[in-house]
Structures are given as C-alpha cells and as structure tokens.
Design a protein around this ligand. Structure first.
Ligand code: ATP
Length: 456
C-alpha cells in the first residue's frame, strides 16, 4: 500500500516526473518559460480530462438536479462591479526596499523581507483581475476583464437556465473552465498559477435550507475525492474564521489536501446567501427571482457554492498516487492512480519484435483502442517497459508472448500487485473492462488462469 503522500513524494520529484514523462511542461519553455503558466503534455492532458470528466459525471450526468453550462471568459464589465470584484478583488502588496521582491502582506509571518530580511514598503492594494481591451481602440470605455472565476457566468444566466429547463428548487448549475488571476505570489508548481481551470457548482436552495445543503455538499465533495482515490488521511475540512470570510459569504469551509508543502486549499465551499442574485438584479435592473409554488411568492434563492480547482486536483491526485518501492538494486516508481483517472488504461507489450508476434500484438492493440487510451510499446526489455507504465500509472499491461501464438492467450499484469493472469484473447476486452471497474484480478474469465509473476 502507498504511504501518506508526504512520505515519499516531494515537489521536486513530482515536477521532475511530470516533465520527464510528459505530464506538465513550463509554458513557452524554449523562451525561458513564462512565470506561473504551465502546459499540459500528452499524459497531463489525458489525466486532466479524466478528472474533469469524473467531476462532470458525478455532478451533472448522475444527478437530475444539476445542469451544465459553458459561458464566455469575457463578460460585460458591469458584471465585475455588481459582483464586488472591481472593488474587492485585491491583495495587499508589499515590496522589499533592498532586493525589490514583492510579497503578499497577509501571507508574511515576520516583518522583514522573507528573502533578504530587508525593510518592506507599506502595503498597497493590488488588483488581481487581468485587464484587456475589446475592439481596436485601447481606451477606458473598452476595458474588459478576463474572468477570475467561472461563477459569475452562472449567476447572470440564472434566469435563462430556469426558463429553459423548468428546474425547481433546489437545483444547481455546473461549469468548468479557465479563470485568470494576476496573483502576486505564485509557485508550488501548478498549485497557484495565473491561468488555471475551475470546476464550479452554484446550487440554488430555498432560504432556510441553506445550512443543511451546505453540510450535504461539503460531505459529497469530500467523498468524491476519496472515491476517486485520495486517501482519507490526506483530506481535511477547515472552517474560515470571521476575518477570513469573503464579502459575499455567510460561511466558508476549505477542503484541504496535504500537499508536499503542507495542508492547502483544494476546494472552497461557500454559503453565498442571496448576495449574487440580488447584486446582479439591482445592477442589471432585471428580476432574478424564483416563483415559489407553495407560497406563490417570488423569492431570491440562497446559493451554496462548491468551487474546485482542476489544476490543484491534478496535483493532489498525482501526489497521492505517488509511491516508490525497492526493486532489486533500483527503485520502482508507481502512480497508484484510480483506473478512471489513469491517462493510459492498458499497455500492449509484445515480448519480441518478431513479425509473427508483432502481428498478434497489433491486432490486440487495434481491438482495444476504440475502448480506451492504449499504448503500444515494443522497445527495450519487458521489465523496463513494465516500469515505464508503472511510473505513469497504467493499471494493466497486456503481454503477447510466443505461447500466445499457440494458445491464443495473453498475460494481463496488474500495476499495483504486479500479479498476472492468463486470459484468452477472445475474453480480453471483457476482462479488462471488468478489471478497470474494480473486479479483483483473481476473478478469472472462462479459460483464464492465475499466472506466474515474471517481471523480466
Ligand atoms: P487561495 O486562498 O489559495 O488563493 P482562493 O480562496 O482565492 O484560493 P477560490 O476563490 O475559493 O480560491 O477559488 C476556488 C478554487 O479555485 C480554489 O479552491 C482552487 O482550487 C482554485 N484556484 C483559485 N486560485 C487559483 C490559482 N491561482 N491557481 C490554481 N488554482 C486556483
């Protein structure tokens, strides 16, 4: 079993693995990189998509009380005065008078500059929204902002969704997408970047039921991380103190993960009360209310908001999955990713490149590809190929050997236990489908058998 995330993984190892194996690269790397922007490589994009898909599946597809939405990144500038962002979305910035490094004043533990100990300037409020211009003329009237959260796109579409779906309270709207914040301090790899993705739900409820729905969503979201593979001991809930509470919130909790640099926010849970709908109603002049059929009164729903970061989830799932085991004179690095999240589900490995073997292996590969992301690898020893797949979290390897030519069977090797079973090719797809859904390896298909361990 893998140890606590903090045990074997540190940020250096994670960054190195991600870069070496093609999960995540620094943005614009050939130009020296762009501070705190990251590019997802072939495996990273697959992992990220799987995480987003798992979230969407859990909160939209499997529920009848949440619908999806995808709103634009650029919004009317008045959205941001109504939401409070233009006035409030700032952090206190201080600068060191000696080395000129900049810091967030509210994150400093001592008085001086954390880098050189120098004297700091008085804090000034620094605005976190990225500004740009709409159209060809760069003047104040044409200023627009890159959204700093996806939530506002949901609030301003409340009436559209209500009218077109005829949902009754309680119901939610879910959205995933890019957000941008000109953070003062970034770092810790993809934990805090200036361009990132969010997965947000705005769940509309009758006032008075908000307390129980808040508790419900806190537990539901915590469970989702656990179900998707994160160990319970690496998750905790932290309530915001009254001084920390955002201007719109009645109550906030963070779902925190034990990242290599310590416990930090993975997802925020806020009871936003009726703040957002009331603000947008008064700034737009449009009624954003709900007709309560029981009382025949127009009410302004309260909003419970589970707001998760995609990139922070990627980092948490990677850190939690990371493990090292002694392997003869070397170390076997494994990502124990949940099969639903693993970028590659199955690797097809012919024992040799001989044509008769390669032909069968290629047929197996072609047969599996329409179902899953499958890799074909015929380079180097079988042992090395297994290690490569372990390191990127591939749950199953299928080995085609010379005996396969005679008995039409292949070996299926499981990543975590390294145990193997022998399976008729005709049963392979069904067997892999069951194993990827969690069936124990020891459950055999017709004609299958437990196989010896052979790591090559
Ligand atoms: P923090 O306190 O870490 O700055 P926040 O409280 O400002 O985060 P929220 O506004 O609650 O964050 O955003 C919801 C979620 O969006 C966060 O839990 C996080 O997962 C993600 N997120 C926010 N800012 C960033 C960022 N700069 N980089 C990556 N993810 C982010």
């Amino acid at each position: 079993m893998a140890e606590a995330a903090s045990g074997k993984v540190n940020m250096e190892k994670m960054v190195s693995l991600c870069q070496r194996r093609g999960f995540i690269f620094p943005s614009s790397e050939i130009y020296g990189g762009l501070s705190s922007c990251w590019d997802y490589g072939p495996l990273g994009v697959a992992l990220k998509q799987n995480i987003k898909q798992a979230w969407w599946h859990a909160v939209v597809q499997e529920r009848d009380d949440i619908v999806g939405l995808d709103t634009s990144i650029l919004m009317h500038p008045r959205v941001w005065s109504a939401s409070g962002h233009l006035e409030q979305f700032t952090d206190p910035l201080v600068e060191c008078k000696s080395c000129h490094l900049r810091w967030r004043a509210d994150e400093l533990k001592a008085n001086g500059c954390p880098s050189c100990g120098g004297e700091l300037t008085e804090p000034h409020m620094f605005h976190l929204m990225f500004k740009t211009f709409m159209g060809p003329v760069e003047e104040e009237a044409n200023v627009v902002y890159l959204r700093p959260e996806t939530a506002q796109g949901i609030f301003v579409n409340f009436q559209n969704v209500l009218n077109t779906t005829r949902k009754r309270l309680p119901f939610g709207i879910a959205q995933m997408g890019k957000s941008f914040r000109n953070e003062i301090t970034t770092g810790n790899f993809i934990f805090r970047s200036r361009e990132f993705e969010q997965m947000e739900i705005e769940f509309f409820v009758k006032p008075g039921t908000d307390g129980e729905w808040f508790d419900y969503w806190l537990e539901e979201r915590r469970r989702w991380y656990e179900k998707s593979g994160i160990r319970q001991e690496n998750l905790r809930l932290r309530e915001h103190t009254s001084s920390e509470l955002a201007h719109y919130a009645l109550k906030c909790y963070d779902i925190e993960y034990q990242f290599p640099m310590g416990w930090s926010e993975l997802e925020g849970m806020a009871n936003r009360g009726d703040f957002d709908l009331k603000q947008h109603a008064s700034h737009s002049g449009k009624g954003l209310t709900y007709l309560d059929e029981e009382t025949n009164q127009h009410i302004v729903p309260y909003i419970i908001e589970p707001s998760a970061g995609v990139d922070r989830s990627v980092l948490a799932f990677l850190c939690d999955a990371y493990d090292e085991e002694p392997d003869k004179d070397e170390i076997r690095t494994i990502l124990h990713l949940h099969p639903s999240l693993a970028p590659i589900k199955v690797a097809v490995l012919p024992l040799s490149r001989k044509e008769n073997l390669a032909k069968v292996a290629r047929e197996v590969y072609a047969d599996l590809r329409p179902c899953w992301m499958v890799q074909y690898d015929d380079t180097q020893s079988i042992g090395r190929r297994y290690r490569r797949q372990d390191e990127i979290g591939t749950p199953f390897c299928v080995t085609v050997d010379f005996q396969s030519l005679e008995d039409n069977q292949v070996t299926v090797r499981e990543r975590d236990s390294m145990n193997q079973i022998r399976v008729p090719i005709a049963e392979l797809k069904k067997t892999l489908a069951a194993k990827l859904k969690g069936e124990p390896l020891s459950v055999l298909p017709p004609g299958g058998q437990i196989w010896k361990k052979q790591e090559g």
